[in-house]
Design a protein around this ligand. Structure first.
Ligand SMILES: C[S@@+](CC[C@H](N)C(=O)[O-])C[C@H]1O[C@@H](n2cnc3c(N)ncnc32)[C@H](O)[C@@H]1O
Length: 342
């Protein structure tokens, strides 16, 4: 594993942002208790107005929104600064981890979709293409910031979804939206015998996935390409899977990704797409909260994606035995499983 020693300034800044996010969560809970007394109307715009009028200038609401807005904008800056402080010490490890069984198939002519280009997802300056974003995301933001506040264990959740595949062994796995490789690691642990291919648009993200793999001596094929147009041969996988990719895509791209997954699967092959809960599984209050959060959190397509019925989408494309459901009490992650007919 990499030797990562954050400077005091960087570490305490990240801790501060994580703790502040936690405090916004506590305030939001008290706001929710007040809101649960309201009988919310159906229309989403009227509901937004209703909630805002009801809360008025209640302090907990104002504070929790300001804090969460500040943390959304600032967490990427703070973690980027923390990285910059230790970057010189990391370079030799970066160089070493470029060597090994996992190599990146970079594509300088990669066709970046319009919906992805220039978007600062999660309000992180530079989105998924900023230099060293893979390290910042995979080694700092996930474990030290998101992991501290997100309900449940964000790494175990990636493993849990694989338990929904009924113990079947897969040999040729394609992961779409590999990013910094946290789900890929769980795939490798669950299916040690499988050949794993990861598709991802952002080269800096693949650089971190490569480091995770080479640290462990794992051999993954990492390809820079759009998930909806991978360029890989028909029927070359028995599992096509993604973890929290789909809510970052508009509805049309979700459809294109499912179609590509169908093409890439051999007969009898499976898809497992794990993502956010759809609105139809939510109470009116939860739906209002989710929509409100997407406005602050740099999630331009969440509303479109969470309005889809993914099992229906899969069935329309030709998949069979399609099902979509949430895991655990919180209904998260939301999994969609379906099969290409034999
Ligand atoms: C939220 S992250 C995925 C997280 C990752 N699967 C994990 O478990 O940590 C979404 C990733 O999907 C990538 N992405 C978005 N649209 C894509 C597309 N059309 N094709 C390939 N990758 C895409 C983004 O660049 C980003 O790295």
């Amino acid at each position: 594993m990499m030797d990562i020693n954050l400077k005091q300034r960087g570490r305490s800044s990240i801790d501060f942002a994580a703790d502040l996010t936690g405090s916004a969560g506590s305030l939001a809970k008290s706001v929710n208790t007040r809101l649960s007394r309201l009988s919310l109307v159906d229309d989403i715009d009227a509901r937004d107005k209703q909630v805002k009028e009801f809360l008025g200038d209640s302090n907990p609401n104002w504070f929790s929104r300001q804090i969460s807005k500040w943390c959304s904008v600032t967490h990427g800056v703070i973690t980027g600064d923390a990285f910059a402080e230790i970057q010189p010490e990391l370079e030799s490890q970066f160089n070493e981890l470029r060597k090994g069984p996992t190599q990146i198939e970079a594509n300088p002519n990669c066709e970046y979709p319009d919906y992805w280009t220039g978007v600062d997802f999660h309000r992180t300056t530079g989105g998924w293409v900023r230099e060293n974003q893979g390290f910042i995301h995979g080694e700092l933001i996930h474990p030290l910031y998101v992991g501290k506040n997100y309900p449940g264990n964000i790494f175990q959740q990636r493993r849990d979804v694989l338990g929904e595949l009924g113990g079947r062994k897969f040999e040729r796995i394609l992961e779409m939206g590999t990013s910094s490789g946290h789900y890929t690691l769980q795939l490798a642990a669950e299916y040690p015998q499988a050949a794993i291919t990861g598709i991802e648009l952002g080269l800096p993200m693949l650089e971190q996935a490569q480091r995770f793999a080479n640290e462990r001596g794992l051999s993954w094929r990492l390809i820079q390409a759009p998930a909806e147009k991978t360029g890989l041969p028909d029927a070359s996988f028995d599992l096509v899977t993604s973890y929290i990719l789909l809510h970052e895509l508009p509805a049309s791209a979700n459809k294109a990704v499912f179609e590509e997954a169908y093409r890439l699967l051999e007969p009898g092959g499976a898809i497992l797409m794990a993502d956010v809960r759809p609105f139809r599984d939510m109470t009116r209050l939860e739906e209002w909260q989710a929509i409100d959060m997407t406005k602050r959190g740099g999630e331009p397509y969440w509303v479109e994606a969470a309005s889809l019925d993914l099992a229906k989408l899969a069935s329309n494309i030709g998949f069979v035995n399609a099902k979509s459901y949430g895991l655990g009490e919180r209904g998260y992650p939301w999994v969609t499983i379906a099969y290409k007919p034999e």
